[in-house]
Design a protein around this ligand. Structure first.
Ligand code: 5AD
Ligand code: SF4
Length: 463
């Protein structure tokens, strides 16, 4: 892992960001969206306010994602545009964050001399200091160190909640080393936050009006944090499982809904499955990526489970919580995938019936074991992806349509486009539109679903 700094940040009085404007462009997963919000907060404490275009900004931060193809191409084309902008606005500061920064930091500085700051996901708490140094004239700073201190605790505690739903990071990194994936390299090994800190942060979010918290982690169901009152040290690992953490969170008054993402099938412990049946706040939605339905491909992916084992897990989860909506990730065209491997994936999809899904064409990520292998023909991979997506969308619409006539909880999130209309998420994470003149944002109401339209449901408030 890269671990170097090309600049030391001077201790002399340096200008802060008072009155300055920050634009963050975010690529990738929820983890990145969350990180961007926390960087915005950290920079906010240093005086920056957020704007929504590079043109209006004094500093532009690109939060990159490395997980699938074209990440660095996108970055360099963004940086090309920013170089032009910097010609007109010489004081513009440019920063690169995220997984591409982590993986290719030195290369970014070499190829893009206009960049002032490159900061990896483990060093975000040092971003304000780096921005100050940039204002003081230090360019080409690189910090992709893994933290000596506890990264989590150097970032603002709870972000300013902008609505009743929020993310809360409980775990970072991944030790699974799926053969296609860069996460274990860019995000490092698994670290769980101690429960006491998570509970404090959750309480603070609830005080700010949050009612629905999604616990985030690259491999969240492998969570093993130090329990309440146990070690508070940096990255302290303990024996509290995700199920234990969820049960502790469920005791917080005013926290009405708990979700978590993203999970590995091998970490669906019995206690977590039981929690799905027993904890009313734990919502009936589970994102459990399987990637492929072929045992040969699962083995080559280093997933360490078979299709049958995945299906058995799904059976157990459905036995605990019959109305759970399942979601998954799939990869089409992994090296060595034949027509019959693809058929096995289609078969698994038919057996499970997914309510939501994300499917991707395989893309070789440099440095991963799969990148050494011969690739499947591009047109073949495209065709398989399309076939898979057609089936997954038809399942998604069918399960959405099956909600018509049912009564669900809806947490109002924002005003809709129509008069007196509110939009919120159902227990199953469907978007639901309700005409409710008396309703308020942040309220959890009972709704009878009356119609299913393309990407959302309509309903009537019944309680
Ligand atoms: N190619 C295609 N898809 C990938 N994913 C991760 N790495 C790759 C890759 N190299 C997908 C997996 C994972 C999701 C977050 O991104 O399906 O679950
Ligand atoms: Fe990547 Fe997820 Fe596999 Fe970890 S479990 S290596 S994050 S795909």
């Amino acid at each position: 892992m890269t671990s170097m700094k090309t600049e030391t940040i001077s201790a002399a009085p340096t200008p802060n960001g008072q009155g300055k404007k920050l634009f963050i462009k975010t690529y990738g997963c929820q983890m990145n969206v969350y990180d961007s919000e926390r960087m915005a907060e950290a920079m906010g404490s240093d005086g920056y306010t957020q704007v929504d275009s590079a043109e209006a900004a004094d500093m532009v931060l690109i939060n990159t994602c490395h997980i699938r193809e074209k990440a660095s191409e996108k970055l360099y084309s963004d940086l090309g545009r920013l170089r032009k902008l910097k010609k007109d606005k010489p004081d513009l500061k440019i920063g690169v964050a995220g997984c591409v920064a982590q993986a290719e930091g030195a290369e970014i500085l070499r190829r893009a001399p206009q960049v002032d700051v490159v900061v990896g996901p483990q060093a975000y708490h040092r971003l304000p200091a780096m921005a100050r140094a940039a204002l003081a004239g230090h360019t080409q700073q690189l910090d992709t160190d893994f933290p000596a201190e506890d990264k989590f605790d150097n970032l603002p505690k709870a972000r300013a909640a902008r609505g009743p739903m929020a993310f809360l990071t409980v775990q970072e990194g991944c030790d699974k080393f799926c053969a296609f994936c860069v996460v274990p390299y860019t995000r490092g090994s698994e670290v769980s936050r101690p429960a006491a800190r998570i509970l404090d942060e959750a309480r603070a979010l609830v005080e700010r009006g949050v009612r629905d918290i999604t616990l985030l982690g690259q491999n969240v169901n492998a969570y093993h944090g130090a329990g309440h009152g146990a070690g508070h040290g940096a990255g302290a690992q303990g024996d509290l499982t995700l199920a234990g953490l969820i049960r502790a969170l469920a005791k917080i008054d005013g926290l009405l809904r708990i979700r978590y993402t993203t999970s590995h099938p091998n970490d669906m412990g019995d206690d977590l499955i039981e929690a799905h049946g027993e904890v009313p706040q734990l919502m009936p939605y589970l994102h459990l990526p399987v990637q492929s339905g072929s045992d040969k491909i699962l083995k080559a992916m280093n997933r360490k489970h078979t299709a049958e084992q995945y299906l058995r897990q799904i059976e157990r989860i459905r036995a605990a919580r019959p109305d759970i909506l399942l979601s998954s990730d799939f990869i089409a065209g992994f090296p060595g995938e034949t027509d019959s491997d693809h058929a096995a994936t289609m078969d698994l999809i038919r057996q499970v019936r997914f309510g939501a899904a994300y499917s991707f064409k395989y893309s070789a990520r440099p440095g991963t074991p799969a990148a050494e292998k011969a690739e499947v023909d591009n047109d073949v991979a495209d065709a398989r992806l399309q076939e898979m997506q057609a089936l997954l969308s038809s399942q998604q619409y069918a399960l959405q349509a099956a909600m018509v006539g049912r009564e669900v909880g809806v947490l109002y999130e924002k005003a809709g486009r129509l008069d007196a209309q509110l939009v919120g998420k159902s227990d199953h994470l469907h978007a639901v539109h309700v005409i409710d003149p008396a309703g308020k944002i942040g309220e959890l109401v009972r709704v009878k679903i009356t119609a299913s339209v393309t990407n959302s449901l309509k309903g009537q408030r019944i309680g």
